[in-house]
Design a protein around this ligand. Structure first.
Ligand code: UDP
Ligand code: MG
Length: 330
């Protein structure tokens, strides 16, 4: 990568999905505005850059606060979804509303550090279409989260899904990359996998993730598992193939047991004794079949969701933008 800028300073959009973030939003927004102004002053980012706050159907006072901020700050646009649709959808909604030449997505708690946006912009100026924020280590995570995260990246790699290690949804996309991303019609969003699918010239910015300063994590174990499973089933059909292999292995085992029973019966004076030899294979095959049906069911459920082609979300209100020049895509 060359050190001199290869393209002009872009207008920048910072997209922030928020769910019940009243405790942290004002402070985070102030910090982002400060960063944005600094970038504008330094000439790395063009004037007219904006922050897009997306309210993902919060139940607390996030939306009234967002409206207030958007009315006060000319650089802030607040977007409200009609109900809670989850982080990935909220982020997609925000991205779809932007018109700027480069877009950064960051969580409302700014755990990823607003100061890391500047190096991302530097990479953009040097020609990257996608800049991944990558955590240099995971000291803020529990042992359990670190362990499971590592295992997950390994499994995904084995399944042939090429994720960027330790990258979540803190990234910069050029307009070109974002437009390509918005062409993906799927309902089950796993953005970190989809962005990887896009290709384009990419680079990485390493950073240390901070602790959340207020409010609590909106990603309990259940949601994390659900996102992880979505990542697997949206990007790989390997589990279906594994079922075929499992079927082959268990048939081979069954044939071996049948052969053993027949040989014992025909060529020796003994019969294979006991109920265990009947019941155990029965239980084994029964449970393996159920498990396989479950996995197949997961893929059918995914097909069902995709084939309906329902909109991923509905935008209820947009405050703070000259809404006329915003092209709404859902
Ligand atoms: N979030 C969202 N909708 C949800 C859950 C979370 O928009 O249904 C947002 C949340 O406000 C935050 C981001 O997604 O900006 C990441 O959530 P959080 O910081 O709680 O996750 P963690 O950092 O613990 O993984
Ligand atoms: Mg967080």
């Amino acid at each position: 990568m060359s050190t001199d800028s290869s393209r002009p300073a872009p207008t920048l959009a910072i997209v922030v999905p928020c769910y019940n973030e009243e405790e942290i939003l004002a402070e985070s927004c102030a910090e982002l505005l400060q960063q944005l102004n600094r970038l504008e002053h330094s000439g790395k980012v063009a004037r007219g850059s904006k922050i897009y706050l997306v309210d993902d159907g919060s139940r607390d006072d996030t939306w009234p606060l967002m409206q207030k901020i958007a009315r006060r700050e000319s650089q802030v646009v607040s977007v409200r979804l009609s109900r809670n649709k989850g982080h990935q959808n909220a982020l997609h909604a925000g991205l779809s509303q932007t018109v700027e030449e480069a877009v950064v997505s960051i969580d409302a708690d700014l755990q990823d550090g607003a100061e890391n946006i500047e190096p991302m912009v530097d990479h953009y100026l040097q020609g990257s279409e996608v800049v991944y924020g990558v955590r240099s280590e995971r000291h803020t995570d529990t042992f359990f989260k670190r362990f499971t995260a590592e295992g997950y990246y390994r499994v995904m790699h084995k399944l042939g899904v090429d994720l960027v290690f330790n990258h979540a949804d803190f990234r910069l996309l050029s307009r070109r990359a974002l437009d390509a991303l918005l062409e993906y019609p799927e309902a089950n969003l796993f953005l970190r996998g989809m962005v990887r699918e896009l290709g384009f010239e990419s680079s990485q910015v390493e950073y240390r993730r901070r602790e959340r300063t207020a409010g609590e994590s909106k990603y309990p174990l259940r949601r994390m598992l659900s996102l992880a499973w979505r990542g697997i089933t949206s990007f790989s059909t390997a589990p279906l193939r594994a079922i075929t292999v499992l079927g082959l292995v268990s048939s081979a085992l069954s044939f071996a047991v049948i052969a053993w029973v027949l040989i014992t019966r025909l060529f020796t004076d003994n019969a294979v004794p006991g109920w265990a030899s009947i019941l155990l294979p029965l239980l084994f095959i029964g449970s393996v079949q159920l498990l396989c049906l479950g996995v197949i069911g997961e893929y059918i459920a995914k097909l069902f969701e995709e084939v309906k082609q329902r909109p991923k979300y509905h935008i209820d209100q947009v405050v703070g933008a000259e809404t006329a020049d915003i092209e709404k895509r859902e």
